[in-house]
Design a protein around this ligand. Structure first.
Ligand code: NAD
Ligand code: DAU
Length: 331
């Protein structure tokens, strides 16, 4: 197959492109606008005969129509993805996550093309720290931030285009990813690169919030499984039983980098900060036979730290501007 990957120059999209090239015979066309979050260097080293890059906006209907006419399937990662940014300037989130997804769905309808929509567990809102339940495919939508509400909106569009127009789509909602090529605005890379630069990690609020971590390569293998074997119209949750509170993650980063585990600062909390996410991924396991490979978070984190240590040329140019923005916000 030739697969169109939107947002393929971003964190998870680029991990998926590498996963496809390394593990399948498929070829890839990447469509990416190269916003501040896109980085062509994340796609270095891909074979010319199986990979093509197109710079453009998913909301550009003419470009999207041309591309859908020459691929066999689409995996849609492109998005404005950072909650903190969405609290300061929501507009790009509406333009890309809602309108951009609408343009893609219209093209999928016209070309009758297999479409997989990448979404997030944040559409379900949050859980109490002591709640024994986890999110399932049946959990009601209850998004908290401009980011998660636009992702929830895009999921609803996909469901409507499946039901009303017979679009051949599936949806996956994944928990927090970590691994190589993640922008330094995000939690784990921000703290790793702070320590590498001799700065203290910054924990929002009290650091008690819990995220359910999964390695980006496990997310990629799950998406490929759904693309190949998923039932049309279905939603699949993706996770890897990786619940950790933020304070424990920062302590691990500090100790893995040879520092004292308490050498961090508590800073202003995120408004509306979701307390806890937790994913029940048994549907994906039972129906499609998928399982994660990176079971050991500490080992995956150590490998991620090594990647950032070895790739300052990749993240260095983004670091100062990112920290300047956080400083303005008291974070
Ligand atoms: P990212 O911000 O690292 O990358 C987004 C990519 O999309 C960038 O390359 C950017 O240039 C591109 N893009 C943005 N607007 C575009 C537009 N209008 N047209 C074309 N390209 C555009 O994001 P990420 O963390 O890799 O997330 C990718 C997807 O996965 C998103 O849909 C996100 O909601 C979802 N997701 C992320 C996580 C996570 O932990 N990061 C977890 C679950 C789901
Ligand atoms: O759950 C999936 C979501 O995970 C994706 O949909 C989003 O695209 C992705 O960005 C991520 O959202 P979060 O808001 O959970 O990720 P972030 O890396 O921004 O923050 C993770 C946690 O760490 C969160 O509780 C906020 C906290 N945090 C974040 C930063 C940047 C800090 O304590 N300090 C920080 O400096």
């Amino acid at each position: 197959m030739r697969i169109l990957v939107t947002g393929g120059a971003g964190f998870i999209g680029s991990n998926f492109v590498h996963h496809l090239i390394d593990n399948t015979d498929h070829s890839v066309v990447v469509l990416d606008k190269l916003t501040y979050a896109g980085n062509l260097r994340s796609l270095d080293g891909l074979p010319d005969d199986r990979y093509e890059f197109v710079k453009g906006d998913i909301a550009d209907a003419a470009l999207v129509d041309e591309l859908f006419g020459r691929v066999d399937a689409v995996v849609h990662y492109a998005a404005e993805s950072h909650n903190d940014n969405s609290l300061h300037d929501p507009r790009p989130f509406l333009d890309t996550n809602i309108v951009g997804s609408y343009v893609l769905l219209e093209a999928a309808r016209k070309h009758n093309i297999r479409f997989h929509h990448i979404s997030t567990d944040e559409v379900y809102g949050d859980l109490e720290l002591d709640d024994p339940e986890r999110f399932t495919e049946e959990t009601p939508y209850n998004p908290s931030s401009p980011y998660s509400s636009t992702k929830a909106g895009s999921d609803m569009l996909v469901r409507a285009w499946v039901r009303s127009f017979g679009v051949q789509a599936t949806i996956s909602n994944c928990s927090n990813n970590y691994g190589p090529y993640q922008h330094v605005e995000k939690f784990i890379p921000r703290q790793i690169t702070n320590v590498l630069r001799g700065e203290r990690p910054k924990l929002y609020g009290t650091g008690e919030n819990v995220r359910d971590w999964i390695h980006a390569d496990d997310h990629s293998s799950a998406v490929l499984t759904i693309l190949e074997k998923g039932r049309i119209g279905e939603t699949y949750l993706i996770g890897a039983d990786g619940e950790k509170d933020n304070k424990s993650v920062v302590e691990l980063i500090l100790t893995q980098l040879g520092q004292s585990g308490d050498a961090y600062d508590l800073v202003n909390d995120r408004p509306g900060h979701d307390l806890r996410y937790a994913i029940d991924w048994s549907k994906l396991r039972d129906e499609l036979g998928w399982a994660p490979r990176y079971a050991d978070f500490e080992a995956g984190l150590a490998a991620t730290i090594e990647w950032y240590r070895d790739h300052e040329d990749w993240w260095g140019p983004q670091k100062d501007a990112t920290e300047a923005r956080y400083k303005e916000q008291g974070q």
